[in-house]
Design a protein around this ligand. Structure first.
Ligand SMILES: [Zn+2]
Length: 415
């Protein structure tokens, strides 16, 4: 089917990564950085060139476009979604992408910082990439495959479908979002306008992987109120909130329930921020578990630990405030099993080994799923993300395009 097709994903990707779209967690504007719109504008222009006449960007930097249906069948509307921003963890200014054609397993030394070396022993996924064309940055920046790979692949999927009208499909919606990396990617999205029945984020790693599960997540803010007095005359009066906090943190288990001691399906209680004076201290925790019920158990455990420490200080008091952050998308996807089934079939038709994965984090897909758009995460080929050694292969990008084209056909066939 793709024999004579000249894939455009890599060519687009090499251009998009040179546009600085880093988002900013400290910013209160939306999008958090105006420069993200630079890429949104380019994408709208190119979508129109491909033939998607309704392509447009809104004031927030979201890009919407439609590939019209070319079938008589009544097919659900599928959305493909990717984010234009790159992570604040690593510079995204002046990205110089390099193509290492026909990779043979050698060390790849990045030219602008020779201490940055991509080695097969450190990144075993490279063993699957022999003979492929690997793209890296030059050593001083991230590459931005997270998620410009997803963006470029969706663009190429649109290009393929618009130039191969014999491939039957229903209406397909394209959505590019800003600010995913700072947790605001869905803040201003208009799902009514989008009008899709379900969707897929293109924002994963290894070719063939499909993520249908994320953490469920709460935040807990604990405020400890001590009792303040002049330190010269404080005997029997003062209760120092900072010392209580020290005891609470020391009481947390060392060998379990923490990010540094867990992996796989185990969740954790993680203090992320501490602020205070002798009179009053605030600790922020994040609570994570794949089971939403498990969050409550961890919160009860944390509260019990605090109550026990507080018993020694009857004059002190505490507040315990839980806020919901996001929920495991599987709770929604299980109600719409065809969404994951179509993706599995599409991956297998692309000749890939299906690899189901759980994300120890959240995605825009988890938020979209609970907003009414069931949305698992498909692979995009991203590797070593948020780092200067980030890499991706041209061949994995093309497989992602192929998977999307298969997916829209599976959906049409089953309708
Ligand atoms: Zn991403």
């Amino acid at each position: 089917m793709f024999d004579n097709y000249q894939f455009t994903a890599a060519e687009r990707f090499l251009r998009y990564v040179q546009v600085d779209t880093q988002s900013d967690p400290q910013s209160n504007t939306f999008p958090t950085t105006e420069k993200q719109k630079d890429l949104s504008k380019i994408l709208v222009t190119e979508l129109k060139q491909i033939g998607l006449s309704d392509a447009h960007a809104d004031d927030w930097g979201y890009v919407y476009a439609t590939i019209p249906s070319n079938t008589d069948k009544n097919v659900p509307v599928i959305c493909f979604c990717a984010h234009v921003d790159t992570a604040p963890d690593c510079s995204g200014t002046g990205v110089k992408p390099l193509v290492h054609a026909n990779y043979q397993g050698q060390d790849i030394v990045l030219p602008d910082d020779h201490s940055q070396v991509l080695r097969i022993n450190d990144y075993p996924y490279l063993r699957t990439q022999l003979g492929n064309d690997i793209i890296t940055a030059s050593g001083t920046t991230l590459l931005g495959s997270d998620d410009k790979a997803g963006v470029a692949e969706i663009m190429d999927m649109a290009n393929y479908l618009m130039s191969h009208k014999k491939v039957k499909h229903g209406t397909i919606k394209i959505l590019f979002t800003p600010d995913e990396e700072v947790g605001k990617g869905t803040a201003k999205v208009n799902l009514e306008k989008l009008g899709a029945d379900f969707g897929y984020t293109l924002d994963g790693g290894e070719a063939g992987s499909l993520e249908d599960e994320t953490f469920s997540a709460d935040g807990v803010q604990v405020v400890i109120h001590g009792v303040i007095a002049h330190p010269g005359y404080a005997k029997g009066k003062m209760v120092n909130a900072m010392k209580i906090v020290g005891e609470i943190l020391a009481a947390l288990p060392k060998d379990r329930l923490s990010p540094e001691s867990t992996d796989g399906k185990r969740g954790f209680i993680h203090p992320v921020r501490l602020e205070g004076i002798a009179e009053k201290c605030t600790i922020e925790f994040i609570i994570r578990d794949f089971e939403t019920d498990g969050l409550k158990k961890k919160e009860d455990y944390l509260r019990t630990q605090i109550e026990e420490r507080m018993r020694t200080y009857p004059k002190a008091s505490f507040e315990f405030n839980v806020t919901e952050q996001y929920r495991n998308m599987k709770e929604i996807l299980d109600q719409h099993p065809q969404v994951v089934e179509y993706a599995k079939e599409a991956i297998q038709r692309a000749g890939l080994n299906l690899k189901m994965e759980s994300i120890r984090g959240g995605t825009d897909g988890s938020r979209l799923s609970f907003m009414g758009l069931p949305c698992p995460n498909l692979f995009a080929g991203e590797q070593a993300i948020h780092s200067k050694l980030e890499f991706i292969s041209v061949q994995d990008m093309n497989k992602a395009v192929e998977t999307m084209v298969n997916l829209v056909q599976v959906c049409e066939e089953r309708s």
